[in-house]
Design a protein around this ligand. Structure first.
Ligand code: MTE
Ligand code: CO
Length: 390
């Protein structure tokens, strides 16, 4: 701002006239100046929008909670439109007492509030063979982090009474995709949640309204939306989503299966290709997200020279198990090229691998479970590009 900045010296319209009154937007919407902060898809990625994905604008967000309207969407058969009064949740199979719950029934069980990330197993899948998509929204945006309110799955299974040979739970969705996944009983009884609220309000239709399953730390595909049935069985069901899809083809032709846990991962959200440095050299806030399906993030290291030297970043905000963590590194940018990287370490001692280490272990045929270190090339003019270092 110069000496005669009209924004300082002159009265502005918003200062002169009354603004909109209460009830101008009974359900609030973001400022019109934030209209560019939206979920985006990649048109060439899928043949139709009903079986497709859009991405969370991670580059434009801060803190650890994803606003509901910006949580990425992944549907295999479009968004089911279900009136809560018409929704039922059935428990059948190896139980003492098969049960059917209405939404009203579910509201009478003791409930819990928990913050979890959800990451699609295919997040970063396009980056296996080389740097491809130019923006963390696209490379890492199949993740969101929400506070869910719901009833522990264990409570509902206990109500039905699991028979001694009940070792697996099949979760089934009510959408046109009829998504089904087998979940081992140990996990079902540990921390799974049958949720009806997200960040305090009802689940959004895109996120499974009126009911979804949360399978904390495990791949997003298991978090069945529009949850309508839980079957208890003695072995996995070998559904499409655990045979043809969501398996990891290795270099030797064998495939890893039932790779549930999302391993530690992180990404610098700013600066990033969609968030270039606009202010020139001097103080620069490097900001990013880290998460692990194993538990809490213990440490995040940031490198500005492509992984030669590392500095421990500052984790700020709550550190919940199996939730996003926000980190910052406040640096004095000298205006030179940077090769920005971050690497997460979780409380169980698991580190994020380099891209080359991941490929050495898992080959180049995979789509799912790419948790490798991301590199952003920051140029002298402040623009940023998705690159790889060898
Ligand atoms: N549940 C049903 N019923 N149908 C679906 O298509 N997609 C799954 C999972 N649950 C899906 C589903 C996949 S692959 C992911 S990654 C997550 O939901 C995405 O959740 P979100 O749309 O809330 O981001
Ligand atoms: Co998915």
């Amino acid at each position: 701002a110069g000496e005669s900045d009209p924004l300082i010296t002159e009265v502005q319209d918003w200062n002169r006239y009354l603004g909109a009154g209460v009830q101008a937007a009974p359900y609030g919407v973001p400022s019109a100046h934030e209209a560019h902060v939206v979920r985006r898809d990649v048109e060439w990625l899928t043949a139709s929008t009903e079986s497709s994905v859009n991405f969370t604008p991670l580059h434009a967000l801060d803190g650890i909670i994803t606003p509901n309207g910006l949580c990425f969407e992944r549907h295999h058969g479009g968004v089911a439109d279900i009136a809560p009064a018409d929704h039922r949740l059935m428990i059948n199979g190896l139980v003492d007492k098969p049960l059917v719950f209405t939404m009203a029934d579910l509201m009478r069980f003791p409930r819990e509030n928990r913050v979890y990330f959800l990451e699609c197993a295919a997040n970063s899948g396009m980056e296996w063979r080389g740097a491809q998509l130019n923006g963390c929204q696209y490379t890492h945006g199949m993740v969101h982090c929400v506070m869910y309110t719901g009833v522990p799955l264990k409570t509902l299974l206990d109500e039905a009474g699991i028979k001694t040979n009940g070792k697996w739970v099949l979760a089934e969705g009510a959408d046109a995709a009829g998504m089904t996944r087998s979940i081992p009983m140990e996990k079902a009884l540990d921390d799974c949640l049958v949720a009806f609220k997200m960040n305090g309000e009802a689940l959004r239709p895109e996120q499974g309204y009126p009911l979804r399953l949360c399978v904390p730390g495990w791949e997003g595909n298991m978090w069945v939306k529009w949850l309508r049935r839980l079957e208890v069985g003695d072995e996995p069901w070998q559904q499409r989503e655990e045979t043809s899809k969501y398996t990891d083809l290795l270099a030797n032709g064998k495939a890893r299966r039932f790779t549930w846990v999302m391993d530690p991962k992180s990404v610098i959200t700013s600066p990033s290709p969609q968030m270039p440095i606009a202010h020139g050299k001097g103080p620069l806030v490097v900001s990013g997200l880290a998460w692990s399906g194993n538990g809490r993030i213990k440490r995040v290291d940031v490198s500005i020279d492509g992984g030669r030297n590392w500095t421990t970043a500052r984790i700020d905000g709550p550190s919940f198990s199996k939730a996003l963590h926000r980190f910052y590194l406040d640096i004095d940018w000298d205006g030179s090229d940077l090769l920005l990287q971050s690497r997460a370490l979780d409380e169980h001692g698991f580190y994020q691998p380099t891209k080359n280490a991941l490929r050495a272990e898992r080959g180049e045929n995979s789509i799912y479970h790419n948790n490798s270190i991301q590199t952003w090339h920051v140029k002298e003019d402040g623009t940023v590009e998705n690159v790889e270092v060898s």
